[in-house]
Design a protein around this ligand. Structure first.
Ligand code: AMP
Length: 426
């Protein structure tokens, strides 16, 4: 199938072909016609499937097909609201709107916190057709009456599962309550928990369901493997892998902000150009790191799960899990950063003994046993017991050498805290 067969406006098709895209991805083939007819949509799709264009293109088509007197430059009221979990995603979705809408008289704006509110207010005042927002900042605008949602015709909830994970459910409900009853609703989610289903059943009316990647399965183009090692060897192992495998553009996941910073510094010290992005970094620093990474000025970008959400790089070849996430769905999100739009990708997880329970949970979720690998010189402690990094407080019997570390043994500062397992999100 070709994009030209979908019935999209010529100005939109021109922008699509300027991007070099000729064939719609499976989700685009299904979602675009449904959204063009005005139906509600429930799509089970991960990032990397082309879902953003899947909703952006038909939305632009609908706006452009209406009378120009409805445009926000005349009415001063937005007509489309896209809610997303993070500022990175807000920026990227709005960029897509701009890209595909560049030949149309349609204005868009990304609305997110951590930056001055006044430029956003000025833009909203001038009239913006499509607002792509994170919930917090949108509610600030609502409170200050600097945005008027009374003319919203289409509402999109993107990455709904992540929004709930991040605790946005009340904010989402507040926003929905302000929207006109008569509207089109589109919802995207990579995973389907009972909470997501409940939200969908309240939001969507007789939706078209699109299920592209089977639920919770990792993109098929991603090669996934596990390298078993010891926790205290991971840094050296990672540097070794960079040195021996000629990697470039590697997204490395760490579990904590502190861990991400420390790892980035270690990589820099061993000559690997690197930066860390996480919630404590300013918006400017994050955007700069992301740009440098995309342009190839950085070899590695070390990120926490939340900061990496929405990172959209066309051909990201490698994702490294320096530490496994303790929520198995996060693994699926992480590896969804590579192998996008049919390109090959490799996801490598460095797994120490204490992370094996997480690995088991992940394998259960993705219904697949991951290939194990051991690198010479970095073998896990089945053959060489790790030294405890921190001596335990108080009297303690010495550990016999050669024994696998106890899951409850003291952890290195900044390392994963087993007892926290499962506390996040749930
Ligand atoms: P998304 O799932 O929306 O994050 O998109 C994943 C990536 O695929 C983005 O970098 C898009 O630019 C790219 N993309 C979207 N649609 C197509 C298409 N039809 N053909 C090739 N690449 C696409």
């Amino acid at each position: 199938m070709q994009f030209t067969e979908l019935g999209l406006q010529a100005d939109i098709l021109r922008a699509v072909s300027e991007q070099g895209y000729t064939t719609p991805t499976p989700i685009q083939q299904k979602a675009i016609p449904a959204v063009m007819t005005g139906r509600d949509l429930m799509a089970s799709a991960q990032t990397g499937t082309g879902k953003t264009a899947g909703f952006t293109l038909p939305i632009l088509h609908r706006l452009a097909s209406g009378s120009h007197s409805h445009l926000a430059r005349v009415t001063k009221k937005p007509r489309v609201l896209v809610l997303v979990p993070t500022r990175e995603l807000a920026i990227q979705v709005e960029e897509s709107v701009r890209t595909y809408g560049k030949h149309l008289p349609i204005a868009s704006l990304a609305v997110f916190g951590g930056v001055g509110i006044n430029p956003q207010i000025a833009n909203l005042r001038r009239g913006v057709d499509i607002v792509v927002a994170t919930p917090g900042r949108l509610l600030d605008h609502i409170q200050q009456r600097t945005v008027d949602l009374s003319a919203i015709e289409i509402f999109v909830l993107d990455e709904a599962d992540r929004m709930l994970d991040m605790g946005f459910i009340r904010d989402i409900r507040k926003v929905i309550a302000l929207l006109p009853k008569q509207r089109q609703n589109l919802m995207f989610s990579a995973t389907f928990s009972p909470d997501i289903r409940e939200l969908a059943s309240g939001l969507l009316h007789n939706p078209v369901s699109v299920d592209v990647a089977a639920r919770n399965t990792a993109a098929e183009t991603v090669t996934q493997r596990v390298i078993e090692t010891n926790r205290e060897q991971k840094k050296d192992l990672l540097c070794h892998l960079f040195a021996t495998r000629g990697w470039h553009q590697v997204l490395v996941f760490a579990r904590t902000k502190h861990g991400a910073d420390a790892l980035s510094k270690t990589l820099e010290k061993s000559g690997i150009k690197s930066a860390a992005i996480h919630g404590n970094k300013s918006q400017g620093a994050r955007t700069r790191a992301l740009t440098d990474f995309k342009e190839g000025k950085l070899v590695a970008l070390v990120a926490t799960d939340i900061a990496a959400r929405g990172i959209d790089i066309d051909s990201l070849p490698y994702v490294i899990n320096y530490e496994l996430p303790n929520v198995p769905e996060d693994y699926v999100h992480r590896i969804g950063r590579t192998g996008r739009a049919g390109m090959e990708g490799e996801a490598i997880s460095l797994v120490s003994h204490d992370e094996r329970p997480f690995l088991k949970d992940i394998e259960k979720l993705i219904k697949r046993t991951l290939e194990r690998e051991v690198i010479e010189g970095f073998e896990p402690s089945a053959t060489a017991a790790p030294r405890p990094v921190q001596p335990p407080r108080g009297p303690r019997k010495p550990q016999p050498q050669g024994k696998a570390p106890n899951r409850n043994s003291p952890q290195k500062p900044g390392g994963p805290q087993q007892h926290r397992s499962g506390q996040r999100h749930r």
